[in-house]
Write a protein that binds this ligand. Structure first.
Ligand SMILES: [Zn+2]
Length: 502
């Protein structure tokens, strides 16, 4: 069995003005451009390939790697970046022909500067290269905005079931299993999808608590245990993308039974639709969250999640509202990860470790996350910014946010602010430990992250509080100006209707 593999994965926040470039894909630790053996070397990491490579080996599959490009969520991807990586993948596939199958690693919510459905384009190009009879199976992110083209062009699609995405390896392995079953004539996939007129905030899709999406995903897991169900997926969609097909959808792949696939896809969708009111998130006012954390017993660790400025959802991560709240409240033992501000990093580096500096930080990228804030502090550490993720999400991969400065504001044991050159999202304890901050020993941890932080930080947190600050990953979807999203759609249109027959 010769299975060729490659892919492009990026999550596009169309409210982010800054495009995502080929250079971003190439920036180690911020993006990944893996070619040939480098793809196979991802075996064992907390990535899709971390599970797919080993699973292929177990089945005796000759997995032929081409090119895989992944990058931090952000603005629309440039044509140059997409075309360049796509062409490498296609060249690799043509070199490998004839092949028995394709494992195409996708995100599912990537938009280009001139096209809303990048995955549809890539699938069409790959389909064209291999012809109509070679199966294409694609693992998808839980935040996929599913287009019709994706379903039409792939033989089977299977999404992550966990958010934080700690099950990327399992999903990669499952995709390989489906391909192998097809190639061994043990399965003939029949795929059905249901798309709801429902868009939901990311924070309502979390699976570390019984979110409404998790209720549907639990049912999907049950379905997958039934004989003849190859994959059952509930996609939360990515709401910060103003594209026509954004929102919640379901995909069920059965072995040769289209009616059953349709019935189950509708059943999973109905679970979400019945709970559509429960997808609303009610964040806590910043001042209230800080006051509660400061009043908590000695030894408490409060995570204040700045969910509206999450780099994992493509924001700049330079919001200042929570930092201002900490300063105004005279907070103690507070560590902030992070504020992206290249100029501020430059100024701190120029001043040097031990210097006291007064400078404005953050609020410079798009003005949507609070204004620039003047702070005075002491430069405690300058780091080149690269470190390894320890897990449980993305373990073994390398993260980089460019040069990183720890600025101590208000003196020792007050506020430790990380200033970074690149945006990011702190989903691992090493986002503190790499910079000499022990997160279990801080009263307040401010994390610019929508949900991925939960995998590593819930176990050490006394309490997680989602705070109400502005930004382009805000759970208040009615605050976004959608122009391309299909309507009517809930909750923007309270009278939106859906039934399985529709
Ligand atoms: Zn995701």
């Amino acid at each position: 069995m010769r299975i060729v593999t490659g892919g492009i994965a990026q999550e596009t926040n169309t409210f982010q003005w800054q495009p995502t470039t080929l250079e971003d894909f190439s920036r180690a630790g911020f993006g990944t451009l893996a070619r040939g053996q480098e793809i196979l070397d991802l075996d064992g990491t907390g990535t899709v390939y971390g599970g797919a490579v080993g699973e292929a080996r177990r089945h005796g599959v000759d997995l032929i790697p081409t090119t895989y490009g992944g990058v931090m969520p952000g603005g629309r991807v440039t044509r140059e970046a997409f075309d360049s990586i796509r062409d490498e993948i296609l060249a690799g596939i043509r070199n490998a022909l004839p092949v028995d199958g394709v494992l195409l690693v996708l995100h599912g919510a990537m938009a280009l500067e001139d096209h809303d459905d990048a995955e549809g384009l890539l699938l069409a190009a790959v389909r064209d290269a291999v012809g109509p009879d070679v199966p294409i199976v694609a693992p998808l992110d839980l935040h996929t905005n599913l287009s019709n083209e994706m379903v039409d062009l792939a033989d089977a699609l299977v999404g992550y079931k966990e958010y934080p995405h700690v099950d990327m390896p399992e999903t990669g392995a499952q995709a390989v299993q489906i391909l192998v079953a097809m190639l061994q004539d043990r399965a003939r996939p029949a795929m059905a999808r249901t798309r709801l007129p429902l868009v939901a905030p990311n924070q309502s899709m979390v699976t570390t608590w019984q979110s409404p999406l998790k209720t549907a995903i639990d049912r999907a897991r049950e379905l997958e245990r039934e004989p003849g169900v190859l994959a059952a997926t509930v996609l939360g969609g990515f709401p910060f993308a103003d594209v026509p097909f954004a929102g919640i959808s379901t995909i069920v792949v059965t072995d040769g039974d289209p009616a059953r696939a349709r019935r189950y896809a509708d059943e999973l969708a109905a679970i979400c639709w019945e709970r559509r009111d429960d997808f609303t998130i009610h964040p806590t006012p910043v001042a209230d969250a800080i006051a509660e954390a400061m009043a908590a017993p000695e030894g408490s660790v409060y995570v204040l999640a700045d969910i509206a400025d999450s780099g994992a959802s493509g924001t700049a991560g330079d919001g200042t509202v929570v930092l201002r709240g900490l300063i105004e409240a005279g907070a103690r033992s507070a560590a902030v990860a992070q504020v992206m501000d290249r100029e501020a990093v430059e100024a701190c580096v120029a001043a040097g470790v031990g210097s006291e500096v007064t400078l404005t930080v953050g609020g410079k990228h798009d003005g949507l996350h609070g204004p620039p804030l003047e702070v005075t502090g002491s430069v405690r550490l300058i780091h080149e910014g690269t470190f390894t993720i320890a897990g449980p999400m993305g373990s073994g991969t390398v993260a980089s946010r460019g040069r990183t400065v720890v600025l101590e504001i208000g003196g020792p044991d007050r506020i430790e602010l990380q200033l970074t050159e690149l945006r990011g999202h702190p989903h691992d304890l090493n986002f503190f430990r790499a910079f000499g901050i022990e997160p279990t020993q801080r009263r307040i941890l401010v994390l610019k992250s929508a949900a991925h932080f939960r995998a590593a930080f819930e176990p050490i947190a006394t309490k997680v509080v989602e705070v109400d600050a502005p930004g382009i990953s805000s759970p208040t979807l009615t605050s976004f100006q959608y122009t391309r999203l299909r309507r009517p759609i809930y909750p923007l249109d309270r009278d939106a209707q859906w039934s399985p027959e529709s």
